[in-house]
Design a protein around this ligand. Sequence first.
Ligand code: GLN
Length: 555
Amino acid sequence: MKHPKQNGNKTKYIVVTGGVISGLGKGIVTASIGNLLKAHGFSATAIKIDPYLNFDAGTMRPTEHGEVFVTFDGGETDQDIGTYERFMDEKLSRTHNITTGQVFGSVIQRERNLEYAGKTVQVTPHIPDEIIRRIREIEQKTDADFILIEVGGVIGDYENVLFIEAVKQMYLKGDPMAFVHVVFLPVPNNLGEMKTKPAQHSIRALNELGIFPDFVIARSSQPIDDPRKEKLSVFSNIPVEATISAPDLETVYAEPLVFEQQGFSQKILNHFGLISRNMDYINSWREFVLSIKKASETKKIGIVGKYFDTGDFTLEDSYVSVIESVKHACWKHGIKPQIHWIDSKRFEKNSETLEELKELDGVIVPGGFGSSGVEGKIKAIQFCRENKIPFLGLCYGLQLAVVEYCRNVVGLKDAHTTEINPDTLFPVIDIMKEQKHNLETKNFGNTMRLGEYDAQLLPGSIVSSLYGKDVIKERHRHRYEVNPEYEKQIENAGLVFSGRNPQRRLVEFIELPGHPYFVATQAHPEFTSRPLRPHPLFNGFVAAMKQQKITLKTL
Ligand code: GLN
């Protein structure tokens, strides 16, 4: 046990709640606080609480809940976990995403196992007890100075009340804790003035649950001014200096710096009686944010995906890690990325539209499931291959690149993945044996090939040159694989399998020699790109867009 339990506990907690509206960017606020604590020399980790009944995000449509972020240990989690990883440069475990479904599931299971010894099992205290048990479990495993807890949903909803109750109990029992409440302050067009009333009501609703926030984050289109801080102070008992301004920003990565300018991290440290240890990290972060502002050369990147009928915001959320990875690599190269969403169904209807791809500097085919737009994606990949447009395939992107190559180069007409055509004559992408059983028994949740797996890279290949090493780890989330029965034929036709899983020999990377950049991976490298350390595969993609030749590391 690293820490004595409860009151003698030296782990400090910062609980972030939200009010007025959803979609305020509580995840960015939480991650920015974590970023700053690290900047001050403290270690920090974060927990996301999601008040829905799904066990995890894995069974939810990305248009419903955003991207499913995969942790190194195979958790299918909320996209905020990805935000924390990027801002805090941490690797979080699946246990860091707690849902109502998990909590109720455990309590009911325990009741069935007679673990409550005949007692009446009730919503309180047993549900908050289980929430606290899960938080404590993380506390035991980490040696972080701080644990940030973001409570999903909006204060005033029914669904997060039990989570609030749990953290309140921890606070009452003596856990060192700070409460940060993120509110929205509208500036109605007809008034042109920022209004604090909804925020006051939200703080009051939180007070009714027994929580008196130590800090209020004022999210708005513009910075909150002193008269409005005064208002919050008078009507909501929030000292003027405890209201922190969080206006809309050009880049979310500037949020830690905006907080720092207001001395927010120092105020948090004061709250816990701590003093800053160093500030090195924030200097590199400042340089990074500066590089975003400086990036001037524009490059057009096409992302061929689906979910197009749902609007731009949904698209951004569904592919958030891919977009962020593109940005990290572009900024490092002084490029301002311009993302173009490409609905592959257009190419199915009219092949001439493929010519539009020539306007782009590079094309990404990201992960996906199901048949929607698949033929169009295959056509787009063919077009990139034949017209030497830099191409990066991620997971489904690799599978469809193999299908395309088999159909158009190897000569296996109508080759396909069995995900789409189970009766194809040439099942070049096929389901893994153990996965077949999962599908037949409708065991869909958390049963894919998930989490981190090793890959052995081919010495002298593009990918090994980019990674700068030959054994790497990447995160996975899929059921289908390149079918080993076709590997020889495909290789003989020129496609290189440049990385394999050493234990099972599964194909993890492909690349095409002689093409400026035709690289795909069975994994999801987008989950491990960091602002200060862009991912090698995205770096290679951007370098190719800049027409830089990748120097191959020869043996
Ligand atoms: N649908 C494919 C599979 O299950 C690819 C999944 C993905 O792109 N994440 O194997």
